[in-house]
Write a protein that binds this ligand. Sequence first.
Ligand SMILES: Cc1cn([C@H]2C[C@H](O)[C@@H](COP(=O)(O)OP(=O)(O)O[C@H]3O[C@@H](C)C(=O)[C@@H](O)[C@H]3O)O2)c(=O)[nH]c1=O
Length: 182
Amino acid sequence: MKVIDTALPGVRIIEPQVFGDARGFFLESFSARRYREAAGIESDFVQDNVSRSAHGVLRGLHFQRTRPQGKLIQVVEGAVFDVAVDIDPQSATFGQHVAVELSADNHRQIWIPPGYAHGFCVTSDTAIFQYKCTDYYDPADEGGLAWNCPELAIPWPIQAPILSDKDRRHPGLREWTRAQAR
Ligand SMILES: Cc1cn([C@H]2C[C@H](O)[C@@H](COP(=O)(O)OP(=O)(O)O[C@H]3O[C@@H](C)C(=O)[C@@H](O)[C@H]3O)O2)c(=O)[nH]c1=O
């Protein structure tokens, strides 16, 4: 498998080895020892999630405030534009993002360590999105940032995405940072 570093500390793109034959293909989507040795993922995953979304759906930007989740993400049907944002005010890359296409065709995964905001939008007719998490979901701990915050300047490939009510109400980076400092 191939591991590609990104501009954000610890955020890595992983290309699993794909074994194709006349029947289709096979790949290992996670293996604790190899992902630790090759990609530096030490984590114990405790929760696996699957979501299905239609074209133009955007979920994000999400994080958990006190129990941040590391996420190992892949798409098993369709394609998404996936984004991680550095939300650590002490970080040299605070406010910067990494974006990658994850699709059922390119088999790419992204590893986002705990402490980043994450979101994606669906560029295919539908997408099935699958991810492993290093901590449990806690609705009381959820935080969010506005997907279209001008300071983040994320080049989303979709202009008028379909959002949840919750995702329409998130603050921008500056407002969120100010609220943290209080
Ligand atoms: C995320 C999550 C949601 N839920 C429930 C809560 C709610 O009723 C329903 C839908 O929740 P949401 O609207 O928050 O789902 P969604 O917008 O898909 O949330 C996800 O977005 C992506 C971008 C992430 O990074 C994930 O960590 C997660 O925040 O599912 C769980 O039971 N467990 C979970 O782990």
